[in-house]
Design a protein around this ligand. Structure first.
Ligand code: SF4
Length: 212
């Protein structure tokens, strides 16, 4: 059984798949408490479901792109089985993870969006850096940047772990903390080969809206 917070269809708000229709499976629980978290409602609430029940629910949504997210989805060990089953069923599968738990055993067909938590998140010490050695070309690393210190730190980590060579890199701002314009200026000044992204859903719907 897996505790599920919500299942819904929307558009993908982040990553190189931004803008595409996507079914989201949000798992309950998170072992982190980021300063800017917008998903606190997923920390405890949810319903225990069998993998088969989850599969029939998402089948009705008729969308081939599926993202497993949280909370921290890898906190429940059955998440690995869910990811594998989704791939076996032919879905294009994404996993969004906070970067503190191992990705080593995630099915290799899954596109992983791996957060590296910057200093202003308050969760930097929880980063599991050995995950960098298990990244694949199809994966993406995400830095959510709230300050200049975060930005400098992200640049250092990209160098230290040779992240350019491993996969695509996403830079986004902490919503309401750092302006998109400022981050874009820093990126262009330094000529960084990273993808700037907005959390699209926060600009389309009210930023506090759940299930979009
Ligand atoms: S990892 Fe995600 S869900 Fe967990 S506290 Fe951080 S932002 Fe919130």
């Amino acid at each position: 059984m897996i505790k599920i917070n919500e299942i819904y269809k929307s558009i993908q708000g982040e990553s190189s798949k931004a803008g595409l229709p996507c079914t989201f499976i949000r798992l309950t629980y998170c072992n982190l408490r980021c300063s800017y978290c917008d998903s606190e409602y997923s920390f405890y609430d949810g319903t225990e479901m069998e993998i088969e029940e989850i599969l029939s629910e998402i089948k009705m949504l008729e969308c081939n792109l599926v993202e497993v997210t949280g909370g921290e989805p890898l906190f429940q060990k059955e998440c690995l089985d869910l990811l594998k089953r989704l791939c076996d069923e032919g879905y294009e599968v994404m996993l969004e993870t906070g970067g503190s738990l191992p990705i080593e055993n995630v099915d290799k067909r899954v596109m992983i969006i791996l957060d590296l938590k910057c200093p202003s998140s308050g969760m930097m010490k929880k980063n599991l850096y050995e995950n960098a050695y298990h990244l694949k070309q199809i994966d993406e690393i995400k830095f959510v940047i709230g300050t200049k210190e975060d930005y400098q730190w992200a640049k250092e980590k990209m160098e230290e772990f040779n992240l350019y060579q491993k996969c695509s890199i996403l830079f986004s701002t902490v919503f309401g903390e750092l302006s998109p314009q400022t981050l874009i200026e820093w990126i262009l000044e330094d000529n960084l080969h990273v993808r700037f992204q907005l959390q699209l859903h926060k600009y389309i719907w009210d930023p506090k809206t759940k299930g979009v």
